[in-house]
Design a binder for this molecule. Structure first.
Ligand SMILES: [Zn+2]
Length: 209
């Protein structure tokens, strides 16, 4: 009995710490601002904590979504077994190391094996994974693996071309260089011809690779 009571108390203490001594998210951003600038009370900043809270909630809304819900009702049986490609999907994400944006284009292709995904759902998948705190490499593989899991295709290829503000703003990288990552699954990995077809379709669209 006394042990259970002890546990309960401990849990309550942890929860209190978890909310940073009872501060709301807006108050946390206000506190952060006051540590960054000389006068956090000036007019221009009055509404900033509330705005930042909303912006960050929007930019990380991908955590509240899952693959199954996003693809719900958009998987179709087909006999088609040629490459399906959605090119130049714009994306905006936040790097998890600096909470600064990285953004660019994503090209997704797959060769079906009896099932396809409704075309409009591929950009939705990209959106779901990019509206989380990310690293470019993980964003790339998560999109590929989600498609493998959803329709078990013959193969999937994903290429991400991005510019990272955390590097550009700090002068770490030349201003216009892009970071390119790719994830190849199934026939995109094992068959040079399939991979080359994908790469040439990306290039034809003006991609950097
Ligand atoms: Zn970064």
């Amino acid at each position: 009995m006394s042990t259970r009571k002890g546990l309960k108390l401990k849990k309550a203490a942890v929860m209190k710490m978890g909310t940073a001594a009872g501060l709301t998210t807006e108050e946390l951003y206000r506190e952060l601002l006051s540590r960054l600038v000389e006068d956090a009370t000036r007019d221009g900043l009055a509404e900033t904590p509330e705005r930042v809270e909303k912006a960050m909630a929007f930019l990380t809304q991908g955590y509240a979504m899952d693959v199954r819900t996003v693809l719900n009702g958009a998987l179709f049986e087909v006999e088609y077994d040629e490459m399906v490609m959605v090119r130049d999907i714009e994306f905006y994400s936040l790097c998890e190391h600096h909470l600064l944006p990285f953004f660019g284009k994503i090209h997704v292709a797959y060769v079906p094996s009896g099932r396809v995904i409704g075309l409009s759902k591929i950009p939705r998948l990209v959106e779901m994974f990019s509206r989380r705190l990310q690293v470019q490499e993980r964003l790339t593989t998560e999109i590929a693996d989600a498609i493998v899991e959803a329709i078990a295709p013959q193969g999937v290829g994903v290429i991400v071309e991005a510019q990272h503000l955390c590097m550009m703003m700090r002068g770490v990288e030349k201003q216009h260089s892009a970071t390119v990552t790719s994830a190849m699954r199934g026939v995109f990995k094992t068959q040079t011809q399939t991979r080359n077809e994908f790469l040439s379709l990306v290039r034809r669209g003006g991609g950097e690779i």
